[in-house]
Design a protein around this ligand. Structure first.
Ligand code: SF4
Length: 361
């Protein structure tokens, strides 16, 4: 099929399925895929939409695996199933290999090992695990079982504040993204001397001494997003030399030294809002995934919006979904088969829902 045939085919099936189908698309998806979605957003906005999708029979989630898992957990909770007399809303990921390298950096086994190891140094009753939503359902379940939280890049600060307790007497084990954890804690005036980086491949306490662990308030997992890690402070200097007066806005998954050099830092939703609401004629250099930046530039043609780095930084996993895969997912849903349906184990989903619910509350 040509691209134009595929577009037509997708539209025909969408028309045929009507409200029985919801297509969600993450901001980092390809443009040709996003034009067929009912809603575009960041991972949590899309999961929240999935949680409200009571009328539809299936959701096609154009994103990566952990997002489809979260959508399944929220859309098919015990409460939701009871309201729908047991009817599930199948969540389909058009490309099951679309994972997330950051989420893969913290496995359940490694985090459990860390937890046990920490217990040899400090009282685990004082440690609250917090997982970025960019993580597997198993890790959200771990947090659910240990009175922990999930967080997004939008609410990381309020979740960390809550997790540390009213007098700040608790400690936080934050995974998988060290940069979001560090940048958020710094904004809360927690000095880096009270943070440790836990590297599961190193001996002792993840490469730290007993004293460092005892002195820490934030234990950061040594994970990162390869898309955001590519930005370096030199990019900020270089772009300011080319465009005098340009404003630099970056995602908090970027390194500390990049965030500190930038004018603004915040979630994808924050970047979208800030740039869109800025005055005509303003100049922005954006340090986040490049498909999103390119779309932002198109949508804000009265402004100059450029990538922070001269080389674009694309998320390869997000790029795995293309028109043929979206069309195949629609064919499956129309045929009623279960191809590429993401279904989280029931016990895992139940514990993961606890930590997601705690976050939303
Ligand atoms: S941009 Fe980074 S965190 Fe997001 S899906 Fe891609 S690798 Fe994962």
């Amino acid at each position: 099929m040509t691209d134009s045939d595929l577009h037509q085919h997708i539209e025909d099936i969408r028309r045929q399925l009507g409200r029985k189908l919801l297509i969600l698309g993450h901001h980092y998806q390809r443009e040709e895929v996003l034009r067929h979605t009912d809603l575009q957003g960041d991972s949590f906005q899309l999961s929240a939409a999935a949680a409200k999708a009571d009328d539809c029979g299936a959701i096609i989630f154009c994103g990566v695996h952990f997002m489809a898992e979260t959508a399944d957990i929220l859309a098919n909770s015990k409460e939701k199933l009871a309201q729908r007399s047991g009817r599930r809303v199948n969540v389909v990921l058009p490309e099951p290999e679309a994972g997330c390298s950051m989420a893969d950096m913290a496995t359940l086994e490694a985090v459990e090992r860390c937890w046990e190891n920490l217990g040899q140094s400090i009282n685990l009753g004082d440690v609250v695990p917090v997982t970025y939503v960019n993580s597997t359902a198993e890790l959200k379940a771990f947090c659910g079982r240990h009175s922990g939280y999930a967080c997004t890049s939008t609410n990381a600060r309020s979740i960390l504040t809550r997790a540390l307790g009213t007098g700040g007497q608790k400690r936080v084990l934050f995974f998988p993204d060290q940069h979001l954890g560090r940048n958020t804690a710094l904004r809360m005036n927690i000095p880096e001397s009270q943070m440790v980086l836990w590297n599961d491949t190193l001996p002792d306490f993840g490469g730290n001494t007993d004293g460092q662990i005892k002195n820490s308030r934030i234990i950061l997992w040594d994970g990162y997003c390869c898309v955001h890690q590519k930005f370096v402070p030199e990019h900020v200097d270089a772009i300011r030399e080319v465009y005098a007066g340009i404003k630099v806005i970056v995602h908090p998954e970027c390194r500390r030294d990049v965030v500190e050099k930038a004018d603004e830092a915040g979630s994808t939703a924050f970047i979208l809002k800030t740039v869109s609401e800025s005055s005509a004629g303003s100049f922005w250099a954006v340090g986040t995934e490049s498909r999103f930046v390119e779309r932002l530039a198109m949508q804000n043609s009265d402004k100059t919006v450029v990538n922070l780095a001269f080389q674009p930084s694309y998320c390869d996993n997000m790029g795995l979904i293309d028109l043929p895969k979206l069309a195949a997912a629609l064919d499956s849903v129309a045929a009623g088969d279960k191809r590429n349906v993401i279904r989280v184990d029931e016990a895992v989903a139940e514990s993961a829902l606890c930590c997601l619910t705690r976050m939303m509350q």
